[in-house]
Design a protein around this ligand. Structure first.
Ligand code: V47
Length: 353
């Protein structure tokens, strides 16, 4: 059957179909993705008021794309005290943040308790804040470093008050590309297994894909289809988040960077292929806010949030070091013709602006 008809009939697409979607012109692809988005969400665009906290950049692993971890390109090590972390969370809460999004490097010095005590102390201070924390890469690191099983780390997270898991550490699942990018870190199968275990506890998470480096289109489609397969099994993913590779201050040599068209195509294909993941997030920190606003017409229904401060992607060149003010965020979404909906971390609608 003709590919466009197959999409419009909502048939399951294959790896070959996914690769063929990239051959369509951008406008046709955008129209197909927008039809799906409009059927589900109309002109609503979701965001949350959140605060990213990156408690340490001391890292036992070496990922070529990373400009955040302390290294010879970034000699400034830091590790926040628990008091500092709680203070950041409390002041963000006072400014209206309902979620803290906590991602660290792989700190080999202080045991899993250093991570868990931070969550417990935030929970004690802020009983209602949503704690989104611990990528599958961090969970795998605690497993490797301290001989804890994945279940034990997950138990500790739940006992310490973690509500949901962010989607980081997925990078690109293709094993050859992954080995080149981040040898030694959580494998693709392990990343999937950790999210499966988390979902089996009745918990939700997100899934990212780092693209625009040395991977090709087939690798991106393969990545999305591996996520779709787990989602069929568990239903625990809320959002798919394609992260556009940022090139500054790291050790990865990339020949050619993505065009805006290729980024928009990838968002649209995410929407079309991932028929079982509800939200496609144009994470403005890595796409730029301009492209994220346009991505709303190419299948994306979520723009992440106000962020306040972010240290991982901004170390590599993203414009997220200082986040974005709520009024600006809302005005930009409205000017682009969409209805800003503040959501909580699990996509319950809170306020329509
Ligand atoms: O996994 C590291 C990425 C991720 C670079 O779940 C880079 O809602 C681009 O997980 N260029 C961490 N990206 C961030 C993350 C995240 C972000 C936003 C929303 C959510 C969510 C999760 O940052 C890492 C890695 O893939 N990253 N270096 C870079 N040079």
């Amino acid at each position: 059957m003709d590919l466009i008809a197959k999409v419009r009939n909502e048939e399951r697409l294959t790896q070959e179909d996914g690769e063929a979607l990239y051959e369509l012109d951008l406008y046709t692809l955008g129209e197909l993705a927008d039809e799906i988005r409009q059927r589900r969400y109309g002109k609503k665009s979701y965001f949350n008021i959140n605060r990213h906290i990156n408690p340490t950049n001391v890292c036992a692993d070496i990922c070529k794309f990373c400009a955040y971890s302390a290294s010879r390109k970034n000699p400034h090590q830091y590790t926040m005290s628990h008091e500092e972390i709680v203070e950041i969370a409390c002041s963000a809460w006072e400014r209206g943040a309902k979620e803290v999004h906590i991602v660290s490097a792989h700190n080999p010095h202080d045991g899993s308790e250093w991570y868990m005590a931070a969550f417990r102390k935030i929970r004690e201070a802020l009983p209602d804040v949503h704690i989104k924390a611990m990528t599958a890469a961090e969970i795998d690191f605690l497993h490797r470093q301290y001989r804890l099983s994945y279940d034990e780390v997950i138990d500790q997270m739940i006992e310490s008050g973690v509500d949901s898991m962010p989607g980081g550490g997925a990078e690109i699942f293709d094993e050859k590309v992954r080995e080149y990018l981040c040898k030694g870190k959580v494998s693709s199968d392990q990343w999937i297994d950790i999210h499966r275990k988390w979902h089996q506890r009745g918990k939700e998470s997100n899934a990212t894909m780092l693209f625009g480096h040395i991977e090709n289109r087939a690798h991106r489609v393969d990545h999305m289809l591996r996520l779709r397969k787990l989602q069929d099994e568990t239903g625990g993913f809320n959002a798919f988040i394609p992260l556009v590779y940022q090139k500054e201050n790291n050790f990865l040599k990339v020949e050619a960077f993505l065009t805006g068209q290729e980024i928009l195509k990838t968002y649209a294909i995410g929407r079309i292929l991932l028929d079982n993941i509800p939200h496609i997030k144009a994470y403005w920190a890595t796409s730029t806010i301009g492209l994220a606003l346009i991505a709303q017409e190419f299948g994306c229904d979520d723009l992440d949030g106000t962020i306040e401060k972010e240290s991982i992607q901004s170390a590599a060149g993203a414009a997220s070091a200082k986040g974005m003010g709520l009024d600006d965020f809302v005005a930009l979404i409205k000017d682009a013709g969409f209805t800003p909906i503040e959501r909580d971390s699990l996509y319950n609608e809170l306020t329509q602006y």
